[in-house]
Design a protein around this ligand. Structure first.
Ligand code: GLP
Length: 270
């Protein structure tokens, strides 16, 4: 990896009780994307029998671009094998958008992952946000993931209010896949895809719960940008609390946090 990779004990970085996390600090979102994409590729080769857990959001966008480029550089036969054996489950989906709506996460994954990588769309799983009964769809999705063996490596972005997936605070450590109401702050944070209007952001979503996330074999929490510095600091410090859903990750034995300097509150000269 590049020279700007610094391995730091999260406890040392924050002075808090973050003993369970391993932390990798990288220069910027581009370096984060290259590193995370390489980890995803490594995971698909090492543990192809278990699905990847994937996220959407701005943090993930450069990661999918880097992943497409890295897979494109593989020898043809290896790329083919990877495509054939691909299986991923996304964390969440808005409720009520039409299937062809470009803002639903199914469309986002088609554009960012399925088409660039040449994947079978059936092997990129998401909850169905168009289902007539979203609660029943959440149960169906949970059972489908369980039948696939549960997630191998789960990638998570971090919401500004500490949410992971769409697990809004307050949130217990054992909640399951379900249909939830989105908070006003999350609708505001995601409004850019909806013409800047928080009211246009769907009010509900289906999300995997902390229950499914915490049984992933390993977890990668990816955080970039100065806007996340405050919330990331809280998460790294712990202790776990329902007010910060991501803080439950302290109870998971294998969490790697990959963050850029800005998200760690380090200025250019810091
Ligand atoms: C969103 C999504 C999450 C995402 C997080 C951070 O609301 N439900 O899956 O990881 O919030 O989003 P972003 O990367 O755009 O900051």
């Amino acid at each position: 990896m590049s020279q700007d990779l610094i391995r730091t004990d999260a406890t040392g970085a924050t002075g808090g009780a973050a003993a369970g996390f391993e932390l990798i600090e990288l220069a910027d979102p581009v370096a984060v994307a290259e590193h995370v994409a390489a980890l995803l590729l490594h995971e698909r080769r090492r543990r192809p029998e278990l699905p990847l857990g994937l996220a959407t959001g701005r943090t993930m966008e450069p990661i999918y671009r880097a992943l497409a480029r890295q897979i494109g550089q593989l020898p043809f036969a290896e790329g083919e094998r990877l495509r054939e054996r691909w299986l991923s489950f996304n964390l969440d989906e808005y409720v009520g958008l039409a299937a062809e709506d470009p803002r639903c996460f199914r469309s986002v994954m088609t554009e960012r992952l399925v088409l660039p990588l040449g994947l079978d769309p059936e092997r990129v799983r998401l909850p169905d946000g168009t289902a007539a009964d979203p609660d029943a769809e959440a149960d169906r999705y949970r059972l489908e993931l369980e039948a696939a063996g549960g997630v191998g490596l789960q990638v998570l972005g971090l919401g500004l209010n500490g949410h992971v997936g769409f697990n809004e605070p307050p949130c217990g450590a054992d909640v399951r896949c379900r249909c939830i109401n989105l908070s006003a702050s999350t609708r505001a944070a995601n409004a850019s895809a909806f013409g800047g209007n928080p009211e246009a952001v769907p009010a509900r979503a289906i999300t995997l719960g902390l229950g499914e996330i915490m049984v992933a074999r390993s977890i990668l929490l990816v955080v970039t940008g100065a806007a996340k510095a405050g919330i990331l600091r809280w998460i790294l410090q712990g202790p776990p609390t329902p007010e910060l859903p991501a803080s439950w990750l302290h109870r998971h034995p294998r969490v790697l946090v990959v963050a850029d300097r800005a998200a760690l509150g380090r200025g250019d000269n810091g």
